[in-house]
Design a protein around this ligand. Structure first.
Ligand SMILES: NC(=O)c1ccc[n+]([C@@H]2O[C@H](COP(=O)([O-])OP(=O)(O)OC[C@H]3O[C@@H](n4cnc5c(N)ncnc54)[C@H](OP(=O)(O)O)[C@@H]3O)[C@@H](O)[C@H]2O)c1
Length: 339
């Protein structure tokens, strides 16, 4: 390991110790344009080298391909990595928009078998429910997840896109180690109730899309024109039409803060979300920026050492309220829809 390794924090009260920044592996197989497996493998190696230990995937990323791609890396480093995967989004055909949310116990029992097989491991370190189906009582789903822990197939439980009330209800059935939901300078709806509940319960917060799916790095000036139609973001409200130009203009204060620290915009975005741990009294905030490039991985982990001043935090505060467009074209399965 190099001298520039990142700090470690614990997920939940009795969860694993992990590097304070994780790695989102989704884009290595799908969603954000072309994939490049050799570059992705270099990125995984660079992650371990900098002290990143929490690796995030899901059964639906690449329809199983992402878990399969990661399996050899996990196998070679089983004792050094914390494997996080997810169930609940059942894909219907190749169209990403066609999906069903499944939370019933029978589905959960079969989903875990599929993930274990593709990942080629005996146990999953952190198993998340990816989306909530309000038609299934939460206690039933979390009860089925708890059985997986009892059977030794899963070590710790997590939830994604649940409200504060749902997190409390689930935590009463079985301890929840981590809540993974979208949280960034552009997306702060989780602060309505989920963040407070996680702080109160000692549940770690794992912000997904902490770079606003790349927007917060300043990569786009007119995303609607710059993205290829095969890129999932080309259909996302914040990247389309006039919204894309409005949102690019919102980055001016991020750029100012970045210049003051000789940092990149993405580093400021990551430092901001990391510092929310102190702002909200969370025991741990472990963002999982996604990248397929080792150089960006190193840039992102270096952000764990960047500290923003109270004045800088104040300058960044108004951004989220001005963002044009929702997080998803259909917000019905997000926590925001049930707040
Ligand atoms: N629970 C959920 O529902 C959910 C939903 C979405 C995502 N996730 C998880 O969260 C992870 C992260 O979210 P995300 O990938 O959607 O969004 P993100 O981390 O906000 O942004 C990823 C995008 O930013 C680019 N990027 C990363 N580092 C960069 C840098 N230093 N400079 C410039 N560009 C950079 C990446 O491109 P390159 O790859 O080309 O570097 C990619 O296009 C995913 O991988 C996935 O594991 C979970």
């Amino acid at each position: 390991m190099s001298g520039n390794t990142i700090a470690q924090v614990r997920l939940g009260t009795d969860g694993p110790l992990v590097g304070v920044q994780g790695l989102g592996c989704m884009g290595m197989s799908e969603f954000y344009g072309d994939t490049d497996e050799p570059a992705a493998r270099d990125t995984l190696a660079a992650a371990l080298d900098t002290g990143v230990t929490l690796f995030d995937t899901a059964d639906m990323y690449g329809d199983g391909a992402n878990e399969k791609f990661l399996a050899p890396f996990f196998g070679a480093h089983r004792d050094e990595v914390v494997i996080a995967t997810k169930f609940a989004i059942e894909r219907v055909g190749d169209d990403l928009a066609q999906r069903r949310v499944r939370n019933d116990p029978a589905y959960i029992r079969s989903a875990v078998e599929g993930s274990l097989k593709r990942l080629n491991v005996d146990v999953i370190d952190l198993y998340y429910m990816h989306r909530r189906d309000p038609a299934v009582p939460l206690a039933e789903s979390v009860g089925a997840m708890a059985e997986l822990v009892e059977r030794g197939l899963v070590r710790h439980l997590g939830l994604s896109e649940v409200t504060g009330a749902e997190l409390r209800e689930a935590h009463a059935v079985h301890p929840i180690a981590a809540l993974q939901s979208e949280w960034s300078l552009f997306s702060r709806d989780v602060e309505q109730s989920a963040v407070g509940a996680a702080a109160e319960l000692g549940v770690a917060f794992v912000p997904y899309s902490p770079l606003g799916r790349g927007f917060l790095t300043g990569a786009f000036t007119d995303a609607a024109k710059e993205l290829r139609s095969s890129d999932f973001r080309a259909s996302q409200p914040r990247f389309t039409g006039e919204n894309a130009r409005t949102n690019a203009a919102l980055l001016a204060p991020v750029r100012r803060v970045a210049e003051a620290h000789d940092a990149t915009l993405g580093q400021v975005a990551l430092a901001w979300v990391q510092q929310q741990a102190e702002v909200h009294g969370l025991t741990a905030v472990v963002p999982i920026p996604g990248t397929r490039k080792a150089s960006r991985l190193r840039e992102n982990t270096a952000a764990t050492r960047l500290r923003l001043t109270p004045e800088e935090l104040a300058l960044l505060e108004p951004i989220a309220d001005r963002v044009a467009g929702d997080r998803y074209p259909d917000m019905s399965s997000t926590s925001a829809a049930r707040e």
